[in-house]
Design a protein around this ligand. Structure first.
Ligand SMILES: [Zn+2]
Ligand SMILES: [Zn+2]
Length: 722
C-alpha cells in the first residue's frame, strides 16, 4: 500500500473472486484487515481491506469507502485462512469472508447500560411502587435499569417518574463483559496417572508452535478432563482457546463441566444464540476480552487474534462437515488455522476418523492414548444377534434375546436403550392392493410416515402430506401398509412389550433443542427406564444407570455405496454401545445384524478396534481412497434430466488431462432428484499429493459456462455420497 495509500483493495462479502478497488477518503485510516462498509451497486456492503489494489484504476472512477469501523483489524492469519479455505473448497473468498463477518451488530460500539442511582432528594409523592424502588437503591449503588425492574417488579415508567421528580439520576455505564475470563487455576482436576501422562504428552507440544495431538480414548475414559487442563495450559500462556463440539445446542452438561473447572461459563457460539449474544461474543473474541469459546463448527471463523489452542471433541463426527454454501470440513480447516496461528490442536475421539488415525500412524500427529475406562467401568460386552437365525417374529423389530436383556435390566432398576437411526414411524408406505409406493413428488425418495404428527414426510426436502386413508392410486381402503421400522414404530413395540417401563423417545423431531435438553436432564436424573432414540443419543451424554443397549439395525449404515460406510457404522456403533455401563456397572450391548461376519461387526464383538482400523486402512489404500487418495464430487443439477446429463457430458469431455487423475461418471447421483432438480454426478479421484482443488478449478474455468437453471456444486473431500 506504499505507492497509493489512498487506494486499497476491499474484499466484499458477496460471491466474487477478487477484491475491488476503493478510495480512502481524506482523514480515514485503514490497514490490511480493517473492516469497512463500501458502496456496491445501490447499497452499502461490508468488506475487509485486503491490501494494495492489484491494478491501477483511474482514480476518478473509484468510489470512496463509506465507513471504517472503530474496531481492531482482522488478524493476518484469519485473512490467510479465508484465502486458504476459498482456494481449497472453490468457494469464492467473498463467500468465505461472510462466515467471518456474520455479525454486523458486533461492529458498532457496544451500547452503554442505563443505570439509576439515588440523588438523596425525596420526591413529593411517594407511592408503594416508588418506595420499593428507593428502598432497593438505599445503598447508593447504581443499578442497571433492567435489574432494578426485575428486583422491584415495578414498571419502567415508575423509575422514569422518579427521575423526573429528581429522586433518582440516570447514568450510562459501560456494558459488562459477555463472560468473565476463565481461571486456568480454578478447580484443577485430579487426574489419574494415565490422564496425567496423556496431558504431559500434549503439553510437551510447544504452546507457541503448531502441533496436533490425537487424544484417542474410549468413551467415558476421561478425555474431557485432559483437554480442559491443556486449555488451562494455553490460557496460562496468554493465548485464547476454542473448543468445538458437534452438537453444542444439546450439550448443557459440557457447559456445566467447563464452568466448574474454570469458575465461569465459557463464551458460546451456536445457532441457538440471539444476534445480540453473538455480537457480544464476536466482539469479545476480537478485542481479546473473551479468552475461551465453546462452539459449533462455524466458530472456526471467529476473529481470534491470539488463538493458541483448538480442541475438536468427537473429531470423527459428520457434523463437522458443512455441506451447503462453503463446503468445508471443520477438522481439516482447524488444522489449517492452527498452522497459520502457530497453535496447538487436540483431536479427541473414541473412534478417530480413518484420516486422523493415518496421520497419527505416520507420526504427523502425536498419538495420545487413554485406554483404561474412567471410574473402573469396563467396556461394554458386545454381542451380535444374527437376525437370519435369531430375529424377531414378522412385524416386530426387537429380537427375543434383546427383549430378555431389557427386561432383566429394568428388573434391576437400571436403564436400557433401544437405538435405531431412523426418524419417523416407517420409511415406506405401500399399497397392498396395487403396489403403489408413496414417493416424494420432488425427490427420488420415499415419503416417511410420522405417525405422531399424522403426516408422510420427505426427509430430503421436507415436503409433507396428511397420511392418506385410501390409496391414491387404486382407491382401495384398508390397503395401505407401513413397511419397515422407524423410531416411532420401535416405541410402539416397546410400549406393548414393556408397558410398565417409563419410556422416552429421543429424536430430532421430538421437540426443540431446549425441550430435548430437558429430556436428557430427566434421563440423567433417572426419571426414565427405557430410552428409545436415534443418533441424537449417541453423543456425549452420561446416563449413569444405563446398562443395556440394543442396536436394532446395526447394518443400516452399511447399505450405501459410500466409501466411508464401514467407518461411519463402526463409529456410531461404538458410540452407542459405549453408552452402556458408564459409571460402575459393566454394560451390555446387542447388535441386531444380518451380516455378523462383516469386519465392522467382528471388530465390535471382539472389541478389537485396531483390527478394524488395520482392515479399513488396507481397503482404502487398495482403492486409492482417502487418506491415500483424494476425491472431489461435482454435482450438476438442472430442472430437466437431459439438461443436467448433457452438461455433465460436456464437462467430462472438457476435462484436462492429468497424470493420475481418474474421472467417473457422469451418472445419476444416488439421490437422483432433490426438490425437483435432477442431479448428475461426476467424481474425480487423484493421488494424495495432487492438487485436486487446483485441477477442478482449472477444469471448471476452461469448460463452458453454466447458464439457465444449471448449477454445478463442487465438494472437495466429500463426506456424503447422496
Ligand atoms: Zn393401491
Ligand atoms: Zn422431497
Amino acid at each position: 500500500m506504499e505507492d497509493r495509500p489512498d487506494i486499497v483493495a476491499v474484499m466484499v462479502g458477496v460471491a466474487v473472486e477478487t477484491p475491488y478497488s476503493y478510495r480512502v477518503p481524506p482523514g480515514m485510516v485503514v490497514t490490511r484487515g480493517s473492516i469497512v462498509a463500501v458502496p456496491l451497486g445501490p447499497r452499502l456492503t461490508l468488506g475487509v481491506v485486503w491490501g494494495a489494489p492489484k491494478d491501477m484504476v483511474a482514480h476518478n472512477r473509484l468510489r470512496d469507502i463509506a465507513l471504517a469501523y472503530d474496531i481492531p483489524p482482522l488478524s493476518e492469519e484469519l485473512l490467510k485462512l479465508v484465502d486458504w479455505v476459498s482456494r481449497y473448497t472453490l468457494a469464492t473468498p467473498g463467500m468465505v469472508l461472510r462466515a467471518v463477518l456474520r455479525s454486523t451488530e458486533a461492529l458498532d460500539p457496544p451500547r452503554p447500560v442505563i443505570a439509576y442511582r439515588r440523588t438523596g432528594h425525596e420526591p413529593e409523592k411517594l407511592t408503594p411502587a416508588r418506595l420499593r424502588v428507593l428502598d432497593t437503591l438505599l445503598d447508593d449503588m447504581a443499578w442497571p435499569k433492567a435489574a432494578l425492574v426485575g428486583a422491584t417488579g415495578v414498571s419502567p415508567s415508575v423509575i422514569e417518574g422518579l427521575e423526573r421528580a429528581g429522586a433518582v439520576e440516570r447514568l450510562e455505564m459501560p456494558p459488562p463483559p459477555v463472560v468473565l475470563p476463565p481461571d486456568p487455576d480454578g478447580a484443577i482436576a485430579t487426574l489419574s496417572a494415565e490422564q496425567q501422562r496423556a496431558l504431559d504428552e500434549i503439553t510437551a507440544l510447544d504452546p507457541q508452535q503448531f502441533g496436533v495431538a490425537l487424544l484417542d480414548g474410549v468413551t467415558g475414559g476421561g478425555k474431557t478432563e485432559v483437554f480442559f487442563e491443556a486449555v488451562a495450559d494455553t490460557l496460562r500462556a496468554g493465548r485464547q482457546a476454542l473448543i468445538l463440539l458437534p452438537e453444542i445446542a444439546l450439550t448443557n452438561t459440557f457447559i456445566a463441566r467447563f464452568t466448574r473447572r474454570f469458575g465461569t461459563r465459557p463464551a458460546e457460539w451456536h445457532s441457538d444464540m440471539t444476534p445480540a449474544q453473538r455480537a457480544k461474543v464476536w466482539r469479545g473474541v476480537l478485542d481479546g476480552s473473551v479468552r475461551a469459546v465453546v462452539g459449533a463448527r462455524s466458530a472456526l471463523f471467529l476473529p481470534f487474534r491470539e488463538l493458541g489452542m483448538l480442541v475438536l471433541d468427537e473429531e470423527h463426527d459428520g457434523a463437522y462437515k458443512q455441506s451447503d454454501g462453503v463446503n468445508y470440513h471443520a477438522r481439516d480447516m482447524a488444522v489449517v488455522r492452527a498452522h497459520l496461528s502457530n497453535a496447538r490442536v487436540i483431536l479427541s475421539s473414541a473412534t478417530p476418523s480413518v484420516e486422523t488415525r493415518n496421520n497419527a500412524n505416520a507420526g504427523r500427529y502425536a498419538h495420545v492414548l487413554l485406554t483404561s475406562r474412567f471410574a473402573e467401568a469396563a467396556m461394554p460386552n458386545v454381542t451380535a444377534i444374527d437376525m437370519r437365525v435369531d430375529g424377531p417374529e414378522k412385524g416386530q423389530w426387537i429380537a427375543p434375546q434383546l427383549a430378555r436383556e431389557v427386561f432383566a435390566a429394568l428388573d434391576r432398576g437400571e436403564q436400557a436403550l433401544l437405538f435405531l437411526n431412523r426418524r419417523g414411524y416407517a420409511p415406506l408406505t405401500l399399497c397392498k392392493s396395487c403396489g403403489h409406493q408413496y414417493q416424494c413428488p420432488d425427490c427420488s425418495a420415499w415419503m416417511v410416515e410420522h405417525r405422531f404428527r399424522g403426516v408422510l414426510m420427505c426427509h430430503h426436502c421436507g415436503h409433507e402430506v396428511r397420511t392418506p386413508k385410501v390409496c391414491g392410486q387404486c382407491g382401495d381402503t384398508e390397503s395401505l401398509t407401513a413397511v419397515g421400522p422407524g423410531i416411532e414404530r420401535v416405541a410402539e413395540e416397546a410400549a406393548a412389550r414393556f408397558p410398565d417401563a417409563r419410556r422416552v423417545i429421543l429424536s430430532s423431531d421430538m421437540g426443540s433443542n431446549a425441550q430435548l435438553r430437558e429430556r436428557f436432564a430427566e434421563i440423567e436424573r433417572g426419571e426414565f427406564d427405557l430410552i428409545i432414540g436415534t443418533q441424537l443419543v449417541s453423543k456425549g451424554h452420561h446416563f449413569e444407570k444405563l446398562s443395556v443397549v440394543g442396536v436394532l439395525d446395526a447394518d443400516l449404515g452399511l447399505a450405501h455405496g459410500d466409501p466411508r460406510a464401514a467407518e461411519k457404522t463402526f463409529q456410531i456403533l461404538t458410540q452407542v454401545a459405549g453408552r452402556a455401563g458408564r459409571a460402575s456397572k459393566t454394560g451390555k450391548a446387542f447388535l441386531q445384524t444380518y451380516h455378523p461376519d462383516h469386519p465392522v461387526m467382528r471388530a465390535m464383538v471382539t472389541g478389537d478396534r485396531e483390527a478394524f482400523y488395520a482392515h479399513e486402512l488396507m481397503a482404502r489404500e487398495a482403492g486409492g481412497l482417502p487418506p491415500f487418495g483424494r476425491l472431489a464430487a461435482l454435482i450438476v443439477s438442472a430442472n430437466e434430466h437431459e439438461v443436467a446429463m448433457g452438461f455433465a457430458k460436456k464437462l467430462l469431455s472438457a476435462a484436462p488431462m492429468a497424470d493420475g487423475v481418474r474421472l467417473f461418471g457422469p451418472a445419476d447421483a444416488p439421490v437422483a432428484m432433490v426438490r425437483g432438480r435432477h442431479r448428475v454426478r461426476l467424481l474425480a479421484q487423484s493421488g494424495k499429493d495432487f492438487d485436486l482443488s487446483g485441477y477442478v478449478r482449472f477444469w471448471l474455468g476452461s469448460a463452458e459456462k453454466v447458464t439457465g437453471n444449471l448449477r454445478v456444486q463442487v465438494d472437495i473431500d466429500p463426506m456424503s455420497f447422496m
